[in-house]
Every structure is written in structure tokens, then in C-alpha cells.
Design a protein around this ligand. Sequence first.
Ligand code: PLP
Ligand code: COI
Length: 349
Amino acid sequence: MEKKDLDWGSLPFGYMPTDYSYVCNYKDGAWEEGGLTTDHSMTLSECAGIFHYCQEVFEGLKAYTTKDGSIVCFRPDMNATRMADSAKRLCMPAFPEDKFVEAVKEVVKANAAWVPPYGSGAALYIRPFMVATGIVIGVKPADEYQFRILVTPVGPYFKGGDTSIEVTIPDYDRAAPHGTGNIKAGLNYAMSLYPYEKAHEAGYSENMYLDSATRTYVEETGGANVILVDREGNLVVPRSATDSILPSITRRSLVTLASDVLGLNVIERPVKFQEIIDGNFVECGLCGTAAVISPVSRVAKEGFCDVTFEQSTDGCGPVLKKLRETLSGIQSCDIEGPEGWVVEILPAE
Ligand code: PLP
Ligand code: COI
């Protein structure tokens, strides 16, 4: 199979329509059969639930071409489960988890020519999402939904790829205690856009949100979890006392790899932002499907803090670098990962 003629090494993290998307409708209390479509647009009633009460959930995962030319993706079952959890929280019908994985395979296989070649640094981003298509005017859940998967080839999420980024502490909150921070719903991102724009205007790439109840604990950024390395070389993973951090599949995979493969000591606990100010951490990174592990060189806010991570200043520090190499190596099958993590979609020709 011939790959598309694209400048794979210079792709931004952007959207381009590919050959197929996947679509499946929920009607009369059941999911229909579903299948591929070449139509990349949706036509909905002006009264569809999505437009009024924001019933929308989504996922993000990637497919990779391996050295031998096969196509694989990483832990799609975890995305299936998280999407079902997100749907439940917004009173939407869960898309069956086995059907989710099959749909991912089907749409990636159909778009095999769009999966960036091995070694290009790019990947095929897979964006499953579900919206309320049924009509509602009083506040209540809709009774019709559409599940879709679009795929698009992407490069690094943050400009510069490997180079470290600077983040700031916003004046706004991301997630209320016991709110929706732990699910992947568009509504969490809508309210992050304003602080995101403010951060950009001030020259920062992202916002590092603190817990909204006390503004003392580190939660996460707008689109990735935070991981830290302390002066003793422990991997420290901020946890939320009120379950308002998205359970990143990348972060959970890194915790396993750090302890089981790299023999690191992993500490998952609430982390006070003051500990960062006090200089207790030498490396900081943002982890996620889009971010992979993006090193953070500095977290600053005028009149509040200005901290540099001494080992993350011109790229990844040594611990996060090792973790990133291990994770990326597993994702593209250069390194054998734990059983079941890498799912083959198309064998080598
Ligand atoms: N946190 C937020 C708010 C995100 O949007 C994402 C991206 O999906 C993540 C964390 C990372 O999650 P994952 O590793 O499952 O992609
Ligand atoms: C992902 O990493 O898949 C996300 O959905 C994050 C988003 C900010 C692009």
C-alpha cells in the first residue's frame, strides 16, 4: 500500500480530511450497525441536544507504522472504557467497548495510506466522539446520538516537538471538586479556551491548573497530565483528592513502565504547588496522547512564581527522556511492551 504524498516530517497538530470516517447512530434505545463513510460533515437539527446542553464526549488515540510496515495502535480498550465512563456521566448511552475497538481498527485500516511512515515523528490521530443529535428544548438528556471517528495525520502537539515549553498558572479553574474534570467531555475544554488564549498572549504554551477548591495542589494542564521528577529521582505523579484530574492513559502507562520496566520509584500523591516553588523537582513534563511527554522548562506567573526545572531546560531531562523513549519505542513496536498494549490493525505486506 502506497502512503499519501505528504511532507510527513513537517505536519502540524492539525486536521485534514482523510478518505473515511466511521459513523454509527443511536436511535430507539439501540446502536445501529455503523460503518465507514466518505462524508466528513454532519447535518443536525437546530434543536439537537449538543447545541443547547452540550452533551458531547470524545477520545484521542494514535496509530503508528512500525519498522516492518505494519500498522498498530496503543491500548484502544482503555479509550473505549474511558469513553463509556464519560458518556455515563453525561447521561449518554455508552458505545459498546468491543464495538469501539473494532470501529477504530476498521477506520484506521481504511485510511492506512494516511498513517505516517515509521520514523517520521508523526502519527495518525484518531478522534472518536459522540454528540446528542436528538431534539431537546427543556433541560434533559437527548434520546438520539451519533458516534463518529475521524482520523487525521498529525505532528507534535507543541511547536518545536522536543523542545521544552513554558507554562503558567491561570486565574481560572478547570474542574470543580466532584465535577467533570475526570471525564473527557468538550465542555471541559470550552471553558479552558479563554485562559488558554490569555496564557498564549502572555507567551506561555499551556496553563497548569491548581485544584479549584483550595488553589494549592497541582492538577493538570488544559490537555495533558503533569508528571514530575524529584531530587531523589522518584517519579512523582500529582493525584487529586476530589477526582478532578482526567485519568490519562499515557500517565497510567508511564507509571507501569517506570516501576516495572525502568525500576523507578513512583509516588502518586497530592502535590502542593508550593513544593514546586520550593524547588523540590528537577524535571517536569506534560503527558498525553497528543503531548506524548512534552518537557516543561519553566512555570511562571507574574507576581506569584517563577520556577525553572533545572534538568528540563533545553529538552527532556534524563528520567523523562528515558520514559519517553521507552513509551515511544513500545508504541512503534521497537520495544516489546506489556501484553495487550499494542494492537495490530494491519500486518506488514
Ligand atoms: N488531560 C487532559 C485534560 C487531556 O485532554 C488529555 C488528553 O487526552 C490528557 C490529560 C491525556 O490523556 P491520554 O494520555 O489518555 O491521552
Ligand atoms: C489528546 O491528547 O488526545 C487530547 O485529546 C488532548 C487535546 C488537547 C488535543
